[in-house]
Design a protein around this ligand. Structure first.
Ligand code: HAS
Length: 543
């Protein structure tokens, strides 16, 4: 990657890891509070801390890391960024950074303890929403810069399939752009006027619906860059080949189609949405599982074909041939492994009846610590192990590689303790997002305490994991020996079929996405507006 492009990517990655340290510290304190054995010092509120944790890790760490990675991937596979594109990239970066600082200042001064979902009727200081809006606008500027860069490549290479990594980066950014329209709408039209006192009330159902229109594809915005690494980078790292270019592209297209019109599966217990529309979105949710199953199939195929090419025999002989000592492989692999139970948990959540059991319990927290905080994050760590030294002109030493293996093991152990305890406590009815640990020593709440202690043990182990990753990242960025590190890009198996060009037809796919969104949301939206409570403001008073 060109050195000026590398600086742009690294700026994003630095912010991401600063967010990890601060957000992770908040996480440790939370698990200690929930154990019932610890009281927060200096008047810090539990919900304030939880907001810091969710916003910094769920929104800031992920968005910055992903945009940094995507810029690097585009620069590597579809050519160095032009000065103009790089300039837009920096504008996007500073808008996002300024927005983050604004939002963080509102939270840290105790004026925005509204959690990362900022559901109404919880109200934050206007700077919280304005900061978030700037983060979104900044990401759009970067997104459009990526689109222009990609369009230039297409113009210079007519009729050719685009480089796989660039294709995936663009699909991820299209997903983000369409998804963020929902959150931008609710923030700009509902929350900012309401928090500024320009309107007195807010239509809660509409605000939540717009949030989840964004909130579910958000999780795939986190997942897709991890899948980029699994499909394109991991085959090269293990010395194998990409199983199928077309399958990889198709799975990204399916994510684009099905990840947005499914937000109601977060609102299954909410009144005001007809069951038939919830049913439709549950069906679509089950469709969005398919590209993950395709990914699992593809990864197994890549691993097995590589192992057999090295002489492995028997059903699972290939397993032993994988490069277990290489942290660039080991960390993402553990992420894949954890995604098996994590995905199964997602399927449980999505099943309408089972959702009644787990919704709003700490089970859900367990689910997303396995998905985003393990599968996605371990893959991001795996990416950092080669991307940072590649961008800073350094190499990862054997000692750091060993430390990275230890870090992965520590993370998996910590998360196993914490997330398993969360799943079990959730089944016993323990609520998520509660400052109360013992509920006045009620018998039921006392049942949860052993699990909450296990969560605190897990949280403490995870904090050690955070210290380790920061040591590794600081080493790779500033202290590791100078040298050249490869940006690993896999090649496709010779036997794979040629990629059909229809997969490059973005107009077609975006058209289908819009149609699906209209089908899934138009009537429910009209009904929400028609049945809005008297006096409720927001969209309803505009229409
Ligand atoms: Fe989820 C709630 C349903 C995936 C994140 N989810 C959340 C929340 C977050 C989140 C943050 O339907 C909480 C939001 C909040 O604050 O309220 N989720 C699903 C479903 C999937 C799913 C169906 N979630 C994710 C991913 C996330 C994420 C990915 C982050 C990155 N989720 C829900 C539902 C709720 C929910 C409900 C609302 C609950 C409620 O009531 O509030 C699916 O996409 C999962 C499909 C995945 C699979 C796994 C495939 C396995 C693979 C690994 C292969 C392994 C290999 C290794 C190759 C089917 C690809 C080799 C192994 C060897 C053994 C050799």
């Amino acid at each position: 990657v060109n050195s000026l492009d590398a600086k742009l990517s690294m700026a994003h990655i630095y912010v991401a890891f600063i967010a990890l340290v601060l957000g992770g510290t908040a996480g440790l304190l939370q698990t200690l509070v929930r154990s019932g054995q610890f009281i927060l010092p200096a008047g810090i509120g539990y919900y304030q801390l939880l907001t810091v944790h969710g916003v910094l890790l769920g929104l800031v760490l992920t968005t910055f890391f992903i945009i940094g990675f995507l810029f690097a991937g585009l620069s590597k596979t579809s050519g160095t960024l032009s000065n103009r594109i790089r300039f837009y990239g920096w504008v996007g970066f500073w808008l996002m950074t300024f927005g983050t600082a604004l939002t963080a200042s509102a939270i840290l001064t105790g004026k925005a303890s509204v959690l990362y979902t900022f559901y109404a009727p919880l109200m934050a200081h206007p700077t919280f929403y304005i900061g978030l809006a700037l983060v979104v606008v900044g990401s759009w500027v970067s997104g459009f810069a990526m689109f222009i860069h990609f369009a230039k490549w297409k113009k210079l290479n007519p009729g050719q399939a685009s480089p796989l990594l660039s294709y995936m980066a663009i699909a991820t950014m299209i997903l983000w752009l369409i998804a963020t329209l929902g959150v931008a709408a609710t923030v700009l039209i509902q929350y900012i006027p309401w928090s500024l006192g320009l309107v007195d009330t807010i239509d809660v159902l509409i605000s939540r619906t717009l949030f989840w229109y964004f909130g579910h594809p958000l999780v795939y915005f986190w997942l897709l860059p991890a899948y980029m690494a699994w499909y394109v980078i991991i085959p090269k790292i293990i010395g194998g080949k990409i199983f199928s270019d077309s399958l990889a592209r198709l799975s990204f297209v399916l994510f684009l189609l099905f990840s947005i019109p499914v937000g109601f599966h977060h609102q299954l217990t909410e009144p005001g949405i007809a069951p038939s529309w919830k049913y439709l979105q549950v069906v679509l949710t089950f469709l969005v599982i398919i590209p993950s199953l395709m990914t699992a199939f593809s990864m197994f195929a890549t691993f097995e074909m590589y192992g057999r090419s090295k002489g492995a025999t028997g059903l699972f002989g290939w397993f032993r041939k994988l490069p277990w000592g290489d942290a660039r492989f080991f960390a993402p692999f553990m992420g894949m492994l954890i995604f098996i139970p994590a995905g199964a948990g997602g399927i449980i959540n999505a099943s309408h009846q089972l959702n009644q059991v787990v919704h709003n319990t700490i089970w859900v927290t367990g689910h997303f610590h396995l998905t985003v905080a393990t599968t996605v994050l371990l893959t991001f760590f795996g990416i950092a192990y080669w991307l940072i030294p590649h961008l800073t002109g350094r190499i990862m030493t054997k000692a750091m590689n060993k430390l990275a293996i230890v870090q992965t093991i520590v993370w998996v152990i910590g998360m196993t303790f914490m997330s398993s305890a969360m799943h079990f406590a959730g089944l016993l009815g323990a609520p998520r997002r509660s400052a109360f640990s013992t509920y006045g020593d009620s018998a039921q709440a006392l049942e949860w305490i052993p699990y909450q202690i296990a969560q605190a043990i897990g949280g403490t182990i995870l904090f050690i994991g955070i210290i380790l990753i920061i040591v590794i990242v600081a080493n790779l960025a500033f202290f590791a020996p100078k040298g050249e590190t490869e940006f690993p890009i896999g090649e496709v198996e010779e036997a794979a079929e040629k990629t059909p060009m229809i997969l490059e037809n973005w107009k077609l796919w975006v058209g289908i996405i819009i149609a699906l969104i209209l089908v899934a949301y138009t009537v429910p939206f009209i009904e929400m507006i028609q049945h809005a409570p008297p006096g409720s403001k927001g969209f309803s008073n505009l229409l």
